[in-house]
Design a protein around this ligand. Structure first.
Ligand SMILES: C[S@@+](CC[C@H](N)C(=O)[O-])C[C@H]1O[C@@H](n2cnc3c(N)ncnc32)[C@H](O)[C@@H]1O
Length: 272
């Protein structure tokens, strides 16, 4: 409580103090409209500072992705959310912050960071230690391009999602300007050349090697694959980060491979 202040003529005046949350809180609580230019600019800025400030970058991305999940599937509070290939756990923490029972499944202990979230499970997304239909929401951000067999990986996500539940999958496709990850955009000249250039320029071996932990996943074939399935319906197929025409860009063959950047697929598991 703020103490009442005395005016010059001696009467007690109630001081009305407008309590403003700190700037960082205001910023983090503000929901950026999706899609919108402001949101895309905020995400881009965070990406550009990813190396210097990963906390800020991934926390923003996690809030943004959780907003998307809730926009398509309703509040996650009280729901079971599994985050497959969740790396440092930012998404799992955000879902928990919103009241979900969220669990991180990650096969690579090095990706977990120094303080893995409680209940983290070391597990491969091809073979999740979960019963059929255990999850209300199955979430996998930027993992599909890191698995050799995306169709089998997707089938496992569908298996662990309950009928009527939501599956959120996003990935950076190969012909995206960011398709080569740390060696982008030189992947357009070939992966080997791009990796070699990265080593020359930075003096460090690149984290990703095509065919080992990064795979050329394309939008057209992935869309055909999910549309051909009889156990899911496609709720949305759109660019994850684009500020406008997010759905339209995905409808144009060839162009979509270059202009989508990152494909977001929201699927609903069909009733049994
Ligand atoms: C680019 S990181 C994405 C991390 C996090 N989901 C995000 O969006 O920031 C790719 C993650 O996929 C994980 N991954 C690779 N192969 C996987 C598999 N077979 N099953 C589950 N996760 C896998 C990696 O260990 C890594 O944590």
């Amino acid at each position: 409580m703020t103490a009442p202040a005395r005016t010059r003529i001696g009467r007690v005046r109630r001081v009305r103090r407008v309590r403003r949350p700190p700037v960082s809180v205001t910023r983090s609580a503000r929901r950026l409209r999706d899609p919108s230019v402001r949101r895309s600019v905020a995400l881009l800025r965070a990406f550009l500072r990813e190396q210097r400030d990963p906390e800020r970058c991934y926390s923003l991305l996690a809030r943004d992705a959780a907003d998307q999940v809730e926009a398509y599937g309703g509040p996650v509070r009280g729901r079971t959310v599994v985050d497959v290939g969740g790396g440092g756990g930012y998404f799992t923490r955000e879902f928990r912050r919103r009241g979900a029972h969220a669990y991180l499944f990650e096969p690579d202990v090095r990706e977990l960071g120094p303080e893995p979230a409680e209940g983290t499970v070391l597990a491969d997304g091809y073979l999740l230690p979960l019963a059929d239909g255990a999850a209300d929401v199955c979430f996998s951000s930027n993992v599909l391009e890191h698995v050799a067999d995306p169709a089998t990986f997707l089938s496992e996500l569908v298996r662990v999602t309950r009928p009527g539940g939501l599956i959120y999958v996003s990935f950076t496709n190969w012909f995206s300007p960011w398709g080569g990850h740390e060696w982008a955009p030189w992947h357009y000249l070939g992966a080997e050349r791009a990796r070699a250039r990265y080593l020359r320029r930075t003096g460090r071996a690149a984290k990703h090697t095509l065919g080992e932990n990064l795979f050329a996943v394309h939008i057209g074939p992935t869309l055909r694959q999910v549309r051909a399935r009889d156990d899911v319906t496609v709720v949305a197929a759109r660019s994850r980060y684009w500020p406008f025409l997010a759905r339209t860009v995905v409808k144009v063959p060839v162009l979509r491979e270059f202009a989508t950047w990152n494909l977001l697929l929201v699927l609903r598991r069909c009733p049994a």
